[in-house]
Write a protein that binds this ligand. Structure first.
Ligand code: ZN
Ligand code: ZN
Length: 368
């Protein structure tokens, strides 16, 4: 964990800041190990001279001491952390009494009201300037321990799906299937789902983020399920489109195109290309099959403590993939009024390829 402080400190210094105020809970967790609901971390640009501080409230005194390594100086504030609480506890070891210098805050997380409270509480003694994305940039490369946690979450999610398919989904409502999946995931040991599961049968599958309905899954439909488990804080994410009977020619064609695009994009994942380049591999196949208009979302995203995190595999993905990233590859074709197909795998990027963390078959699978 202290290594994470040092790597972040380098970024803070390079950006010309004196401190970084880390407030988004998952960033605080990644940096300090602390899982409580109310905390901020203060990372100095010069950790040799200034302490790294974890600020929380009375409820978490014991938990913070247990979870955060000794490199973190734990302070307990009695006031709003993003406001007077921080002003009370901000260490002054290295700076003179006239001020703290430039303090970066996460403008994608700190509210306008909180920023105003900070500025009032510090009364000119700190210059608060936006600095977001520093912790997220470090989070993209997973440590070996993080990879194992995500692998375990993916294995658990796969096992829950196998359980569900053994019982069957035909004749049950989408809501009932979503609930059964959630129960299986919880029973197998996950704390929660990565996100509410998607269960979308027939034409409902044309909505990429469909909400389960009180509608019965019939024979002869395509059913898209998108689900994930959160285990020890880390997420998994997987999608399969199952068949509940024979498909017509058009549906079969759509499935084949998505599968081709998915396999080609998976084969393109390795250290080196940008997210945009990998996205283009799948997009070109779907475009040239005549379904370009029906693939309106990006190819994939990073997964870690958050189910959607950097890097992006999309037209906006300008980050080159690096070994140690964990990303999804999930092309889809959605035809309004007819059906939708999406196939999503979770992949660990390696130097010369990728390793799949999800293990369920991708060939068209008829389920009961
Ligand atoms: Zn998904
Ligand atoms: Zn996804």
């Amino acid at each position: 964990m202290p290594e994470r402080i040092e790597r972040l400190a380098e970024q803070v210094a390079a950006a010309g800041f004196d401190w970084l105020l880390v407030s988004a809970p998952l960033n605080v967790r990644w940096l300090t190990g602390f899982t409580g609901s109310n905390a901020v971390a203060l990372c100095p640009a010069a950790p040799g001279r200034n302490p790294a501080v974890l600020l929380t409230d009375f409820r978490y005194t014991e938990q913070a001491a247990e979870q955060a390594p000794s490199a973190w100086q734990i302070e307990i504030a009695s006031n709003d952390l993003l406001g007077p609480g921080l002003a009370e506890k901000f260490p002054l070891s290295d700076v003179d009494q006239s001020g703290y210098g430039t303090v970066g805050y996460d403008d994608t997380h700190v509210t306008v009201a909180q920023l105003a409270a900070l500025r009032t509480a510090f009364d000119q003694r700190a210059d608060f300037e936006p600095l977001s994305g520093s912790v997220e940039a470090l989070r993209v490369i997973k440590s070996a321990a993080e990879v194992e946690k995500i692998r375990a979450a993916a294995n658990l999610a796969d096992a829950a799906m196998v359980e569900l398919l053994e019982v069957g989904i035909v004749g049950r409502s989408e809501v009932d299937v979503a609930l059964a999946l959630e129960l299986a995931i919880r029973r197998l040991g996950a704390q929660e789902l990565s996100f509410p599961p998607i269960v979308a049968a027939g034409a409902h599958g044309a909505l990429p983020h469909a909400e389960p309905r009180e509608v019965t899954i019939e024979k002869g439909q395509m059913v898209t399920l998108d689900w994930g488990a959160r285990l020890d804080g880390y997420c998994s994410d997987c999608t399969r489109t199952f068949l509940t009977g024979e498909l017509d020619e058009v549906q079969q064609r759509i499935y084949d195109v998505v599968l081709d695009a998915q396999l080609a994009a998976v084969a393109a994942v390795e250290a080196g290309p940008t997210g945009r380049e990998v996205d283009l591999v799948a997009r070109t196949i779907i475009d040239s099959a005549g379904f370009g208009e029906n693939f309106g979302h990006g190819l994939g995203h990073g997964v870690g403590l958050d189910v959607h995190e950097a890097p992006r595999l999309s037209r906006k993905g300008d980050t080159p993939l690096e070994a140690g990233m964990i990303v999804t590859v999930e092309p889809g074709i959605y035809v309004a009024g007819l059906c939708g197909v999406r196939i999503e795998d979770l992949l660990l990027v390696t130097a010369d390829g990728s390793e799949a963390l999800s293990s369920l078959p991708k060939e068209p699978q008829v389920v009961i």
